[in-house]
Design a protein around this ligand. Structure first.
Ligand SMILES: [Ca+2]
Ligand SMILES: [Ca+2]
Ligand SMILES: [Ca+2]
Length: 463
């Protein structure tokens, strides 16, 4: 099914909602509108690539310009067109869309020796006032470089199978990754190096998440677990280069970036090697002399990318829409939804939130959205820990991942590897990795009957 005319589908949804043969109370068709009035209706491989349905004409133009830029391939400077040169000197990919393919999520390497594409490795070492960059490799491992400059080396993943069983005895196996560096160009890493593997997350609904009022997010935090439900939830505060101050982090797997502008400039610098006003110097740790001496596509005063382009990209990223839910009237899906609540998955995956003002993006303002995240950090236990603090996030904490769009992962990204490092092979494994504050919820899932587990998974696949 591929429907672009939203009003047509909206109308048919209402009909389904009224004529469904489910004996229970009729479902409010609005439940399908995960992104409120911004929601689009598409279940094709392009489902994550559309602008918000209610976007103004001007905002649509900005979206198109940014879209173009998101797909642009960067080349080594100097090139005949200076508009897209400045790649590297070291980098991980040559375009945003190489990692966020079709605005979906990246896949980890599936076997030892396989290349890293959608997964990157963040690095740091403990310093006197908190973590600092790894001295010779910086804050990210860059496995690629332009001609004449050494890449930082190679990385490989190794998976160990960890066996387990559901409450009814049915066995399962989880795969735990280990990362191995080789051919390191600048000697061994610091013995205290902390490595955080992260896949590229899907790009939908980011402007809506940015428009959730800070008070709403902080209102859900319960750092000392005063209500004794075993779930705390803490905000992350990180330095925003865009705002010039420390502020509430919302983006990244640990809420480690504040605004889309921060995230975009950071990605250009760390992932592609493009300098901007916020990151005016090339990404070359002191020992990497060939990197520092390579021809740049700009200067610190006139960086490789001008602010206007960042604005276009932010216009694109803000407006990428969330697709509507499917099958909301299916009896099994509805049973799964009840189980999701009963298992208290909702204590972190908040089903309903209202956005506040959205300066520059009126289409995103005051929308009733269903992101299934509280935008807070949670201790998820040793199994998922990266042991690498990030801002105020500890080495065991992660942002509650928004679950909207999760059921379209396979369609859009052609794989269903989930969690921050893509270790989970599908939704069930992602839940089974939950521990720490989510241990009790995980146990409720693990000990459900087979039928209930299937219903819960059907519900998540409808998102
Ligand atoms: Ca560059
Ligand atoms: Ca690096
Ligand atoms: Ca609590």
């Amino acid at each position: 099914m591929r429907i672009h005319s939203s009003t047509a589908l909206l109308a048919s949804l209402v009909v389904i909602a009224c004529s469904g043969d489910d004996a229970a109370a009729p479902v409010d068709e609005k439940e399908a509108l995960l992104g409120g009035e911004t929601t689009i209706f598409d279940t094709s491989p392009n489902a994550f690539a559309f602008p918000a349905r209610n976007l103004s004409t001007e905002a649509r133009e900005l979206f198109s310009l940014g879209d173009h830029f998101f797909n642009r391939t960067w080349v080594t400077a100097p090139a005949s067109t200076s508009a897209n040169d400045g790649l590297g000197p070291t980098y991980n990919a040559t375009s945003c869309s190489a990692c966020h393919f079709k605005d979906g999520r990246g896949a980890p390497p599936t076997a030892e020796g396989e290349n890293f594409k959608g997964l990157l490795l963040r690095l740091s070492v403990p310093g006197p006032n908190g973590p600092v960059d790894e001295p010779n490799y910086g804050d990210q491992f860059n496995h690629l470089a332009i001609l004449g400059v050494p890449a930082e080396g190679k990385a490989s993943v190794h998976y160990d199978e960890v066996p387990g069983a559901f409450g009814d005895g049915e066995p399962f196996s989880l795969r735990k990754p280990t990362y191995i560096f080789s051919e390191l160009a600048f000697g061994p890493m610091d013995p205290n190096v902390m490595v955080s593997p992260r896949v590229s997350p899907p790009m939908i609904g980011l402007g809506l998440l940015e428009s959730i009022p800070e008070a709403t997010i902080l209102g859900k935090a319960d750092p000392d677990d005063l209500d004794h439900d075993g779930v705390s939830g803490r905000p992350n505060y990180v330095q925003s280069l865009a705002l010039g101050t420390r502020a509430l982090g919302r983006l990244g797997w640990k809420c480690n970036q504040v605004t889309l502008e921060d995230q975009t400039a950071g990605a250009f610098h760390g992932d592609i090697g493009i300098t901007t006003r916020l990151h005016p110097y090339e990404n070359c740790p002191p020992i990497q002399l060939d990197c520092a001496n390579a021809i740049s596509g700009g200067t610190p005063e006139a960086p490789e990318l001008v602010d206007a382009k960042i604005t276009q990209l932010v216009g694109y990223e803000s407006a990428l829409a969330v697709p509507a839910r499917r099958d909301i009237n299916d009896v099994v899906v509805r049973r799964g939804e009840s189980l999701f609540k009963e298992a208290k998955c909702t204590s972190c995956h908040t089903p309903l939130v209202e956005t506040g003002d959205a300066p520059g993006f009126p289409a995103l303002a005051h929308q009733v959205i269903r992101p299934f995240t509280d935008m807070l950090l949670h201790d998820m236990g040793e199994g998922l820990a990266d042991h690498r603090p990030d801002g105020e996030a500890t080495g065991v904490e992660w942002r509650t991942t928004p679950l909207w769009g999760i059921g379209l992962t396979q369609t859009v990204s052609k794989h269903d590897f989930l969690l921050h490092d893509g270790r989970a092979r599908g939704i069930a494994e992602a839940i089974l990795w939950h521990s720490g504050e989510a241990e009790a919820a995980k146990e409720r899932f693990r000990t459900m009957s087979r039928e209930d587990r299937a219903a819960l998974l059907r519900f998540l696949s409808s998102l």
